[in-house]
Design a protein around this ligand. Structure first.
Ligand SMILES: [Zn+2]
Length: 368
C-alpha cells in the first residue's frame, strides 16, 4: 500500500475545516473542480437545497459513496472533498486509479441537517432509519442513485461520538468499520465476505499509522438501516465511522485518516488485493465499547469535601453558535466509573487538578 499522507498534505481542501461544514462550502468546492469531475444534480432536499454527486473515472469497477447522511457528521465530507481533489489531479497514482474505477460520490446527502447541525433531516427524520420506508426525499435520492449506478461497492460514511474505545483497551476508536449484516442470522454471503476482506485491508494499513485505534461495530441487523438494506440488495457495503483522536475535536487529524482509508480501499479494489485477506482478520478487529467520557474526574467529593466519594463522567454537547461548534460540558454519569476512561482526566485528590477545576468552565456543573 502506498503512503497517502503526502498526498493528503498536497491535495487537501484547505478552505474547509472544523466541525461545521455548510452546504455552500461543498457547492463552492464542486464548482471549481477540474473538468474530469462530472457534477450531477440528483435532486433537492426537503428545503430545496441541491444534492450533488461527483463522478470520476472511467474504469470497470463501480464504487458509490455518500457522506453526511447525518447532518452533524462532517468529517467524512471533508475527507471526501480531499479525495476528489486528489483523484482529479494529475498525480500518476490518481490517474491510474481512475483508469480502473468509476466513482460516484454524494458529498452531502443531508444538507438541511448540515445547516442545522442535526443528525436528522429538516423533518426530524433519521435517514439511517428510513431505508425501507423511504419517506424522505433524501432517502429516495440515495436509492435512485444506487439503482441507476448498480455499484460493485458502496461506502456509507459517518462520524461516531467520542465515547467509543477499542475493545477493552484505552485506545479511542479513531476509526470504526462494519460490514453490515444482510439478515437477522448475520449470514456471511459472498458480498458480505468481500466487505469484510476490504475492511481487513484498510485496517492493516491504518494499524501502521494509528496502531490500536481501529474498532469494529456490532453487526446486529436492522433492515431500515441503509447499510443493511443495501447489503441485502447484494453489493458489498462498508460502513466507515470517523471517531476521536486525542485532542482532535475539530477532527482535522481524523479527516486525514479517513482520506487514507478511502484511498487504501479504492486501491485495494482496483488491484483486487483485498482478496488476499481472510475473514478472521476482520473478526480480529476488536469491537467498540462505550467507555470514554470527554472529561473524567476521579475521587470527586461535593459540598466542601464532605460529600460521597465518586467519579464524575462529563461529555460535551455540540452546540452550533454563529456558524461555529461549541463544546459545552454536561454531567453524564456519576458514581463508580472504574471501567471508564477520560479524554481528559483529573484527580480531585490532587490539589493542582482541584485548582484547575475551580477556575475552569466545569465549575458550573460541579458543586464544591
Ligand atoms: Zn451517522
Amino acid at each position: 500500500m502506498q503512503d497517502f499522507d503526502q498526498a493528503h498534505e498536497d491535495y487537501k481542501v484547505a478552505g474547509v475545516t472544523g466541525r461545521y461544514v455548510h452546504p455552500s462550502q461543498v457547492d463552492g468546492f464542486l464548482a471549481t473542480c477540474p473538468k474530469n469531475v462530472h457534477i450531477v444534480e440528483l435532486g433537492k432536499s426537503l428545503e430545496g437545497r441541491t444534492i450533488q454527486m461527483a463522478e470520476l473515472g472511467s474504469g470497470k469497477v463501480k464504487i458509490l459513496m455518500w457522506s453526511q447522511m447525518h447532518g452533524n457528521e462532517s468529517t467524512t465530507t471533508k475527507a471526501v472533498l480531499d479525495a476528489i481533489s486528489f483523484l482529479s489531479s494529475q498525480n500518476p497514482i490518481a490517474k491510474e486509479l481512475l483508469k480502473k474505477c468509476q466513482l460516484r460520490i454524494i458529498v452531502m446527502l443531508n444538507p438541511d441537517g448540515a445547516v442545522r447541525y442535526t443528525r436528522e433531516n429538516a423533518n426530524g427524520v433519521d435517514l439511517n432509519r428510513d431505508a425501507l420506508d423511504q419517506t424522505q426525499p433524501e432517502s429516495k435520492i440515495l436509492r435512485k442513485a444506487y439503482q441507476a449506478f448498480s455499484p460493485n461497492f458502496s461506502f456509507n460514511l459517518h462520524d461516531q461520538r467520542t465515547i467509543y474505545n477499542v475493545g477493552e483497551s484505552e485506545h479511542p476508536a479513531t476509526l470504526s468499520f462494519l460490514a453490515p449484516s444482510m439478515d437477522s442470522e448475520r449470514t456471511i454471503n459472498k458480498s458480505r465476505e468481500v466487505s469484510m476482506q476490504l475492511i481487513a485491508a484498510i485496517n492493516e494499513a491504518l494499524q501502521k499509522v494509528i496502531p490500536g485505534n481501529v474498532g469494529r461495530y456490532d453487526d446486529a441487523f436492522n433492515a431500515n438501516c441503509i447499510g443493511d438494506s443495501l447489503q441485502m440488495l447484494g453489493a458489498p457495503t462498508l460502513l466507515f465511522e470517523a471517531g476521536h483522536f486525542p485532542g482532535d475535536y475539530e477532527r482535522e487529524i481524523v479527516r486525514k485518516h479517513v482520506f487514507h482509508s478511502l484511498l487504501v480501499a479504492i486501491t485495494a479494489i482496483s488491484n483486487k488485493s483485498y482478496l488476499a485477506y481472510n475473514l478472521q482478520s476482520y473478526f480480529n478487529i476488536p469491537e467498540n465499547n462505550k467507555r470514554y467520557f470527554d472529561i473524567l474526574i476521579r475521587n470527586y467529593r461535593s459540598g466542601g469535601n464532605k460529600g460521597r466519594l465518586e467519579d464524575m463522567g462529563i461529555l460535551f454537547r455540540e452546540d452550533l453558535v454563529d456558524g461555529q461548534i461549541q463544546f459545552v460540558p454536561y454531567l453524564q454519569e456519576r458514581g463508580k466509573l472504574n471501567a471508564h476512561y477520560g479524554h481528559q482526566t483529573y484527580d480531585f485528590n490532587n490539589e493542582k487538578d482541584r485548582e484547575y477545576l475551580r477556575n475552569s468552565s466545569l465549575s458550573s456543573i460541579l458543586d464544591f
